[in-house]
Design a protein around this ligand. Sequence first.
Ligand SMILES: *Cc1c(COP(=O)(O)O)cnc(C)c1O
Length: 508
Amino acid sequence: MAVTGRKEKEGKNMNLLYKSTRNAEKTVTASEAILKGLAEDGGLFVPESVPKLDVSMQELKSMTYQETAYAVMKQFLTDFTEEELKHCINSAYDEKFDTEVIAPLVKVGDTYHLELFHGATIAFKDMALSILPHLLTTAAKKNNVKNEIVILAATSGDTGKAALAGFADVPGTKIIVFYPKGGVSRVQELQMVTQKGDNTSVVAIHGNFDNAQSGVKAMFEDKALEKELAEAGYQFSSANSINIGRLVPQVVYYVYAYAKLLENEEITDGEKINVTVPTGNFGNILAAYYAKQMGVPIGKLICASNENKVLFDFFQTGVYDRNREFILTSSPSMDILISSNLERLIYTIAGQDAEKNAALMAQLKANGSYEITPDMREKLEDFVGGYATEEETKETIHNTYARTGYVMDPHTAVAAHVCAQYRDDSKDETKCLVVSTASPYKFIHSVMTAIDDKYADADEFELIDELCSISGMPVPHAIEEIRNADIRHTTECDAEAMKDTVKTILGV
Ligand SMILES: *Cc1c(COP(=O)(O)O)cnc(C)c1O
């Protein structure tokens, strides 16, 4: 008996558990947290503590992306076996990326761009959504889930395609994506409706993104539907950015970037670097914060917003206030007024106090705003907020191209502007990493008109060829693919008919 007891205890110590940001009592394993996505109390899953790296930078600097991913992810996902985790990693980071290094570093002027857009859909969502399906199906197996997993997603453009590409032909899963008809760019729509894979479905709804989002949410909360699906051998799951299975893979590229800067002798071992992240839902920058806590020498975490600058105001004043006009910008993936992943930071700076965090989130829900205490503000010293106006974003694309020949997308340009502004204002000369989140080909119209107004009325596909000729950057496969691809998805429905459409697709 005594021996068994000790064994159990050792097992537990090695196993990192996860808690909800709104409940101090319950714990779940990593695989359970990935399966659930969101905690039942509406909170987000967080590790009880952020684990430390157990390999040195000297060892990391010669590792491949896949090896680095294993070194980082095994510290978080402790109930996955080595074989399971390596299988997930190798299935995700393969030829779907157009470069073996997966996340290249490019020196532009006096900053380093970490390019996270070399995956199947040419935006950074691929970094996590290419591995999430594998983590999810592995988690299902480990927890004896026999049902087929049905991913439901509403998208305003980028997430839907990245999720489709990630889940296409993954055994044991189906994916259904809803997008607003007329509410996405031509490239984005073509990317979705030409999606291959027998388990993929794409539906255009007659309505806007909010209608799509509400319809999906209603299905997740529909107990009768859940029962009907279970009888047919299905269960719903979510691929959105609050899933811990999306956050953990994002920590990897910060460790990798530091190690590669070291390998290339751009920095010395232990030298601090600042990191600037173009931010919407606060997932990407939170991963950088976790990387810092794991032991990566990161100085400032610079949070870059577009004109929807809720986060800038929050870092400035300690007040989070979503009561403001929603502005449509040229960096649409950052047009967000509720940054869901910020809750994980609030919980941390509240001293992991679930009750305190839950009270603030209740205020956010009721009034659209909350204010943190001076104590909590002190713990935000690692963070700097900044923002770029539309004009500044355009200028950054234009001037960087004129000076260096490097072309960046509007999301990345927001970060590049904020990074330069911070350097000027603070006189902080720490070397800076700018996180580059989308290929300029994906936002071709905004990019080309920033370079030269003469392109304002040109056709998107003409501009693609023009960008290729002025930048020498090869046209990504993701773009070539949609030029001539067959349209495979033509289903449309009214917003009220989403549930019936799902049932028809699943044959229940
Ligand atoms: C999603 C997205 C972002 C914002 O990332 P968050 O993790 O939501 O902060 C920035 N740029 C691009 C291109 C994106 O697709």
